[in-house]
Ligand binder design. Structure first.
Ligand SMILES: *Cc1c(COP(=O)(O)O)cnc(C)c1O
Length: 374
């Protein structure tokens, strides 16, 4: 089998450096919030141009910290996409707020700003829930349509919590980088994400001093600014491991080049699949970090079988849209409510994607797909 995401290849490139950094953490004895954590936060904030970065234990906890800091809870409506990983929606629902879905664009797979505004206006008119925030997801490494979403949020008095768990380092047409497009922006360092560690991890980014202070408090059991044992709110234990911070520091050195290499891989895929199957559209001005490369085809099962026979792995993100998941049944959505997300879920599939994927392998993958859909 060729790897779906080639982490061993990357490890070979950083092995010496990463081992040295891990050893230095172990030697230091500072396992919780050691100096690597602060060093990494400074570098990540600078990379995306945010004032503050706070690392934490996962992308899921990053989202929870953001929602908690914004005071999101029961009675609040939080607008988001039905086509995402469950954590986006789970964290909203865990706080007792109500996820409100708006359908996606069939080409970018990201939330459709027209449907989003319709949903906001509908909830405003109904008057049952308080519209609080929009949670755009930068799916597969492509920024959502912030040129439309940010003015909309302002007009309706809503916060924007960017879920950039798949999109660290992506560039939006306005020139800003993810995760720095929301009131608070979140990312994940899960190993398979474009910038990963060797375990679980995540981070929040914001330009707002007050929100940053609140998230720091939440990160450490709701502590007060100057006393760890004076707990002024309910929080979490969501600190990022110092050892994992050392891993991300090492990988960050490769990262800019990896983003370039991902562009080459994606371009090769696009050429090979032109006229064969539609792939995710990257609108003008965006630079995706290609967490995944996902075409659509009703023949996806046949394609997966043909690729598997050639030792090429595939995956499916996401086979069930959020509004149809068992855990979300209480919201009362029906099949047919989000037709574009449902269509996407029924025919999308993911191809091997990583910076070190060779042109010859891509050519082989594309020719198998072309042969299968013929
Ligand atoms: C991976 C992911 C998350 C959760 O990140 P973890 O670090 O695994 O907790 C949230 N949202 C999206 C869109 C993701 O892809």
């Amino acid at each position: 089998m060729i790897p779906f995401i080639d982490l061993p290849h990357q490890y070979e490139l950083i092995k010496k450096d990463v081992m040295k950094r891990i050893e230095s953490v172990l030697d230091s004895g500072h396992y919780i919030l050691g100096s690597e954590v602060g060093e990494l936060e400074g570098k990540l904030a600078a990379y995306v141009g945010a004032k503050h970065c706070l690392t934490c234990s996962s992308g899921t906890d990053a989202l929870s910290m953001a929602f908690m800091a914004l005071g999101i809870g029961p009675g609040d409506a939080v607008f988001t996409t039905p086509f995402t990983f469950f954590a986006t929606v789970e964290t909203i629902a865990l706080l007792g707020a109500t996820p409100v879905f708006a359908d996606i664009d069939p080409e970018t797979y990201n939330i459709d700003p027209v449907k989003l505004e319709e949903a906001i206006i509908r909830v405003e008119k109904e008057g049952k829930l308080t519209p609080k925030a929009i949670v755009p997801v930068d799916l597969f490494g492509l920024c959502a349509d912030y040129d439309k979403i940010l003015p909309m949020a302002k007009a309706h008095g809503l916060y924007v919590v960017e879920d950039a768990c798949q999109a660290f380092g992506a560039t939006a047409p306005c020139g800003k980088k993810a995760p720095n497009l929301g009131t608070i922006s979140c990312t994940s360092f899960f190993p398979a994400k474009p910038l990963g560690c060797y375990g679980d991890g995540g981070a929040v980014f914001t330009d707002d001093d007050e929100l940053y202070a609140r998230m720091y408090s939440i990160l450490v059991h709701g502590r007060s600014a100057n006393d760890k044992y004076d707990n002024v709110r309910l929080g979490l234990n969501a600190r990022f491991d110092t050892v994992q911070a050392a891993v991300v520091l090492s990988k960050l050195e490769l990262f800019p080049n990896e983003v370039e290499l991902r562009q080459v891989v994606a371009e090769n895929y696009r050429k090979g699949l032109a006229g064969v199957v539609p792939v995710q559209k990257i609108p003008e001005g965006n630079i995706s970090v290609y967490a995944q490369f996902c075409p659509r085809s009703v023949k996806y099962a046949k394609i997966q079988d043909a690729l598997k026979a050639a030792d090429i792995p595939t995956a499916r993100y996401y086979p069930i849209p959020m509004h149809l998941l068992g855990a979300m049944k209480y919201l009362g959505y029906q099949r047919g409510d989000m037709p574009v997300a449902e269509a996407c879920a029924s025919d999308i599939f993911a191809l091997p994607m990583h910076p070190y994927l060779e042109a010859a392998t891509i050519e082989k993958i594309c020719s198998i797909i072309a042969e299968t859909v013929k």
